[in-house]
Design a protein around this ligand. Structure first.
Ligand SMILES: [Ca+2]
Ligand SMILES: [Cu+2]
Length: 396
């Protein structure tokens, strides 16, 4: 996400996105999964994270845009596919001017820098597919867990073998919870507002005392990429590729600033669940929701999809690298890209990450702004948090 524009080179090098292993190793430090809510860095030298499990050549892409006859699968809508301009979120001149005029004021560095990992805009073609109309809810995830007995990663006890060097006391099941500080903090250290909470998981989103009772229609959270894949398998679905996700989010509009058009609040209306007020200490909830919102709380986009911006981050199937768009741009139209075969995140070299999209209820123009369409997030596959969920797609 963002840091003050005048922050130092040292801060630039600091890790902003600790993940589960790091967290556990840090013993006592509560962290993490900022899921794209960190600053970007310019893609410079980019080694890969090495061999990645589960990476194999994807099947040849289908570019068919023919909608199969018959009814849509329950809860899904047909996304027609086609050619579109991917990435290239615009620089925000108002934000840049504000940042220049008030060098001490925190502002989303992504907005100032123009989201370098999402540049440049380039042409992509994807085939048609079915997509979940909403993010997967607690009720749906519960059905999956009842049917399969699946235990999410956050519910499993991490072992010393998995996390060598970790403080044994930290080797307890848990997950990252947004815990806002009481007083203003610099935006350079996400540890100020993320805590590793033992006992936090999808059934207990804020910790052991919390419950999902009454939250049946709220997106499930604390699901990591591995958990999402297990759900997809059970449901006979899959995660979207990053290109499919963005095609769908654009709702048929070419190169709009937001999933719903050019303006953040058309006619003064809130179009997505985001963060208002002073990040991270006070969310004034002007959009009606402090924290997560039930599905369908905001208007759908052009394809009838809800929450393609804000609310919770959504896992995609692609590995994350910040440097993939450049080569594509010079290659003409990229056909149904499934992402790179390795991962690299300059913010956390050595930790392989998957792409996340859409931003969350914690995104604000002050700190992250990943509700802007075309921007990208990332997270380690074993790491969920209070603001990471998913939705599935299905090939025809
Ligand atoms: Ca909100
Ligand atoms: Cu954000």
């Amino acid at each position: 996400m963002s840091v003050p524009p005048n922050h130092t080179a040292a801060a630039e090098r600091a890790t902003f996105q600790a993940v589960r292993p790091v967290l556990l190793a840090l013993a006592g430090i509560a962290v993490f999964a900022l899921a794209g809510c960190d600053r970007e860095k310019s893609p410079a030298s980019q080694p890969s994270s090495g061999a990645l499990p589960g990476t194999s050549a994807p099947p040849p892409p289908s570019l068919s845009t023919n909608r199969p006859a018959g009814d849509a699968p329950p809860g899904m809508v047909w996304i027609p596919g086609g050619e579109f301009v991917m990435g290239g979120p615009a620089l925000d001149s108002a934000v840049q001017q504000r940042a220049a005029a008030h060098p001490g004021e925190p502002v989303c560095s992504g907005l100032v820098a123009g989201f370098p990992d999402a540049q440049p805009a380039h042409r992509v073609r994807v085939g048609g597919f079915w997509m979940d109309i909403t993010e997967v809810t607690n009720a749906e995830f519960e059905r999956f867990v009842r049917a399969t007995g699946y235990i999410t990663i956050a519910e499993r006890k991490p072992t010393a073998e998995q996390y060598p060097g970790a403080d044994p006391e930290m080797l307890v099941p848990g997950s990252a919870v947004f815990t806002p500080p009481d007083e203003p903090v610099t935006l350079s250290n996400p540890l100020e507002w993320w805590s590793y909470v033992p006992g936090a998981n999808w059934r207990h989103p804020l910790g052991p005392q919390s419950t999902i009772e009454g939250l049946e229609n709220t997106p499930v959270v604390h699901v990591c990429h591995d958990d999402a894949l297990a759900f997809c398998k059970w449901a006979g679905k899959r995660l979207p590729t990053e290109a499919e996700w963005e095609f769908a989010a654009r709702g048929g509009m070419a190169q709009a600033e937001y999933a719903w058009g050019a303006e953040f609040r058309p006619g003064g209306r809130w179009m997505a669940n985001s963060f208002q007020g002073h990040f991270p200490i006070q969310d004034t909830a002007e959009d009606g929701f402090r924290g997560i919102a039930p599905i369908r709380s905001f208007p759908p986009n052009g394809y009838g999809l809800y929450d393609m911006a804000g609310n919770v981050w959504e896992w995609c199937s692609d590995w994350y690298r910040p440097d993939i768009y450049g080569p594509r741009a010079s290659a003409g139209v990229t056909l149904a890209p499934a992402g790179p075969t390795d991962s690299f995140d300059p913010d956390e070299p050595g930790v392989a990450k998957r792409v996340q999209r859409g931003g969350s209820f914690l995104c604000s123009d002050q700190y992250c702004a990943r509700f802007r369409i075309g921007t990208r997030g990332k997270g380690a596959p074993d790491t969920g948090s209070t603001h990471v969920g998913f939705r599935c797609v299905k090939s025809p």
